[in-house]
Design a protein around this ligand. Sequence first.
Ligand SMILES: Cc1cc2nc3c(=O)[nH]c(=O)nc-3n(C[C@H](O)[C@H](O)[C@H](O)COP(=O)(O)OP(=O)(O)OC[C@H]3O[C@@H](n4cnc5c(N)ncnc54)[C@H](O)[C@@H]3O)c2cc1C
Length: 390
Amino acid sequence: MNVFDVIIIGAGAAGLLCAATAGARGRRVLLLDHNTTLAEKIRISGGGRCNFTNLDIHPDRFISDNPHFCRSALAQFSQWDFLAYLKEHGIPWHEKTLGQLFCDHSSQDIIDMLHQRCQAAGVVIQLGVSVQDVSRSDVFQLTTSQGRFQAASLVVATGGLSIPQIGASPFGYRLAEQFGLAVTELAPALVPLTLHREDCEQFAPLSGIALSMSAQAEHGPAFREAGLLTHKGLSGPAILQISSYWRAGEKVTLDLMPDQTITDFIDAAERRDKTLLNRLADYWPRRFAEAWLQRLAIDGNSRQLSKKQLAQLEQAAHQFQLRPNGTQGYKKAEVTRGGVSTRELSSKTLMAQRVPGLFFIGEVVDVTGWLGGYNFQWAWSSGVVAGRNC
Ligand SMILES: Cc1cc2nc3c(=O)[nH]c(=O)nc-3n(C[C@H](O)[C@H](O)[C@H](O)COP(=O)(O)OP(=O)(O)OC[C@H]3O[C@@H](n4cnc5c(N)ncnc54)[C@H](O)[C@@H]3O)c2cc1C
């Protein structure tokens, strides 16, 4: 039997930083992963440059049954603390847009940094290990493909269900249930939305067109970002953001001209002599303007519009409503909404209230960040907090 103080399952973002933090406290730490490489999601994130945090981290940018739960961890280890680590390791970064911070070179810089911190802290890392059984008497005992291990603390950092082809598994949710802990409803989030066949047929020829919009699900904030028409439905940052709030059967509302009224736009002096289609094509890609007018059954060649038609245009531009029929699922989702219920965990330590020594961190917990570096910040914050307490 190999004896450690702490065993961490999952060598992703949260698990690596947790291991380095606990190891630096002098704890004997074993970090296990069933993958043969470290932190695959960090590697592929942010188009290979890892959007590792955001300048504007606020608890209201995280979705959870208890929206206050993330507050303590985010305050205990903030985006500024993570930036201090990057400075220490000489990793260059830049802000892209909306406070989103990316590596100048590659995501590998972050993985190397986390790996170095683990090595410096004496963490034992074992990859390609499958955990077959976990039991608890006075300590946790693990039976794995590489032998039996025991530790007083067990940290579960196995992430969510998205992108199963790079190692995602429901292990963490099952383990929570094994110990009698509640898991909230799970759903793919930060994911493209799919449309019913009729809508798809209308939008398919427009696939690839990006529009600046403000998008909103029925129960969530509006997001002012780009949206993308795809052959299956809707994607792009604005849509990914609202997908985290969208529930099956609900509609989404798109404001396709968020900064002005359509009347002001088409009445502008420089446009008055043009046809309606030509005027709208000054704002939207022409193919989109054409399809949109067709959908409204308004003639694009007209130059004069009735009051009723103008009202119809305003309504359709600012309150364009669609009822998606689903999402593209975990294959395309960036994250999983829902997870181990925050009611079960201490927000100050991430330890299960009813199972001393058992911790859950990162995406496996019912805390889901917005697009833009929020999910990694939750992984860092929760990882460090558990690392200081396990
Ligand atoms: C394509 C993509 C791009 C993304 N881009 C960004 C971005 O730019 N910014 C951002 O903030 N977020 C991004 N995310 C989300 C972010 O990657 C995750 O929220 C974050 O990695 C969660 O960290 P974690 O440590 O909880 O889980 P993970 O990083 O997923 O790590 C979990 C680890 O557990 C291991 N594991 C799973 N099951 C088992 C098991 N049964 N036994 C042993 N090990 C197991 C996995 O192999 C993995 O190494 C992106 C996600 C995807 C899919």
